[in-house]
Design a protein around this ligand. Structure first.
Ligand SMILES: [Zn+2]
Length: 464
């Protein structure tokens, strides 16, 4: 159902800044026997709320449709994510001196991939997640996990049992819960007076700047900036305290909030940067839709011209963002040979909409298509290292964002763990009023690592 009012502040002046058309649910993989049936499609539009600066998709698909069925994502299948989580836990333990007397709760804890680091250190923890399979898996490996949706009700039940948390962790969840006020109220209820909540989420500023439009899908309801989050948390007595920019998922933030109104230098700086860019003004988003269309057109042109030359093109990564990309490209069923994915729960099924057959990554070497469109570009380094044999035998990867880029065999890889872009170091602070500098520097870095000679399709969007 389409919303009329902002999910955070209730404002009724939502402005559409991007329309990606009618799309299937990105994670609704199809079984062979479902191929004969039509799929449900829903409008996929991104809107800006001028009253509170929050970006959100306009359509709400009921959570039981999105999450209650067999959900194919098991976080533990990503080595990069496991490593990222272990480092995060170590940092939390050190910084907040967590020990046997502490209690940590993770919301949307999936298969326990993060909390198991606390279990190993003897720190009491609890996971909460609505997905059956991953919850069963978490309990099997010794991570206590409740099968439930988190919100004020769940927090109240835990609080009633005296289970208040020193730390609440919520990674990639505050972008996914429709009743965002109830979620944040739950954080506030669950925290001890001195407790902190730590949230990681894709950063909307990175998404807009790098044209990562494929991170938009129905499950991903919100696209957060510090400006959009400040009134949301403030409404529930919580303050933004600290922030760290992370390269994961194409650019994310790790945000720390608590009942104490203190801002770190990093948070002040990023807040000032957002203000200088005008992320709370509709004009900042004016050219996003035209940049997205230009990216789609250039990628489609590249793919179609290679296919017209007889080259075969497969995809890698049957992830939600991949579904948005291939369905927005809309090149037709049969255009791509297949999509490789390491998750055994996805193999044998089909991506929604374009209905691309999902197969084991071994098929890349077995079939050796000339190109692989990397749908999970956020794991570019990891995937291309794993697929060294495919590359050595002459296969090329195509990275779709921020601009289409061909990685030919023999091109050395950037050693960053999660992606070719962004670069290893966090982006430098932007000059006041300019959005060019860090993008240009990153683009140059990306170009160095992934383009040579005539393949140098990638250019800086706003080179000085
Ligand atoms: Zn609003």
């Amino acid at each position: 159902m389409g919303i009329v009012n902002c999910r955070s502040c209730g404002g009724d002046d939502l402005r559409i800044i991007l329309d990606l058309g009618s799309q299937p649910i990105a994670n609704a993989l199809l079984l062979e026997e479902e191929l004969g049936r039509p799929e449900a499609r829903y409008p996929l539009m991104l809107a800006f709320c001028p009253a509170c600066a929050l970006l959100q998709v306009t359509e709400t698909i009921p959570a039981d449709v999105l999450y209650r069925r067999e959900y194919p994502y098991f976080s533990s299948s990503s080595p990069a994510l496991l490593n990222h989580s272990a480092q995060h836990v170590e940092a939390l333990i050190r910084r907040y001196e967590l020990g046997p007397a502490s209690f940590v709760v993770e919301v949307a804890s999936n298969d326990g991939y993060l909390l198991r680091n606390f279990v190993e250190r003897g720190i009491l923890c609890l996971g909460i997640d609505p997905a059956d399979g991953p919850v069963a898996q978490a309990n099997t490996v010794g991570v206590p996990t409740i099968h439930d949706f988190f919100g004020s009700r769940c927090a109240e039940e835990l609080a009633g049992k005296g289970k208040l948390a020193d730390v609440v962790i919520a990674n990639n969840v505050i972008a996914h819960v429709d009743n965002i006020n109830d979620l944040v109220a739950g954080f506030a209820r669950l925290l001890k007076p001195t407790g902190i909540a730590v949230c990681e989420f894709a950063y909307a500023l990175d998404m807009i700047e790098r044209c990562e439009f494929d991170t938009i899908y129905h499950e991903h309801l919100f696209y957060h900036t510090l400006h959009g989050l400040t009134p949301l948390f403030g409404r529930h007595g919580l303050y933004l305290n600290d922030v760290k920019r992370l390269p994961i998922h194409g650019g994310s933030l790790r945000l720390t909030v608590s009942r104490t109104p203190a801002r770190s230098d990093e948070l002040q700086a990023l807040f000032a940067q957002e203000a200088a860019l005008g992320v709370d003004e509709i004009s900042f988003y004016n050219d996003f839709a035209s940049r997205v269309r230009a990216l789609r057109d250039s990628l489609a042109k590249l793919l179609v011209s290679e296919r017209d030359k007889g080259k075969r093109i497969a995809c890698y990564g049957a992830a939600a963002k991949g579904a948005t990309l291939v369905n927005y490209l809309d090149l037709g069923e049969g255009f791509f040979e297949f999509v490789a994915d390491a998750n055994p729960h996805k193999q044998g099924k089909y991506m929604p909409g374009q209905r691309i057959s999902i197969r084991h990554p071994d098929q890349l070497v077995a079939e050796q298509p000339e190109y692989v469109l990397l749908l999970v570009w956020n794991f570019a380094g990891e995937v291309m290292r794993q697929q060294a044999a495919y590359r050595e035998r002459g296969g090329s990867f195509i990275i779709p964002v921020p601009e289409p880029c061909i990685v030919r065999p023999g091109t050395p890889l950037d050693d960053t763990q999660f992606a070719i872009s962004p670069t290893r170091a966090p982006p430098p602070p932007l000059a006041t009023g300019s959005i060019g500098n860090s993008m240009a520097e990153q683009a140059v870095e990306v170009a160095k690592s992934c383009a040579t000679g005539d393949d140098r399709i990638l250019r800086s969007r706003r080179a000085p």
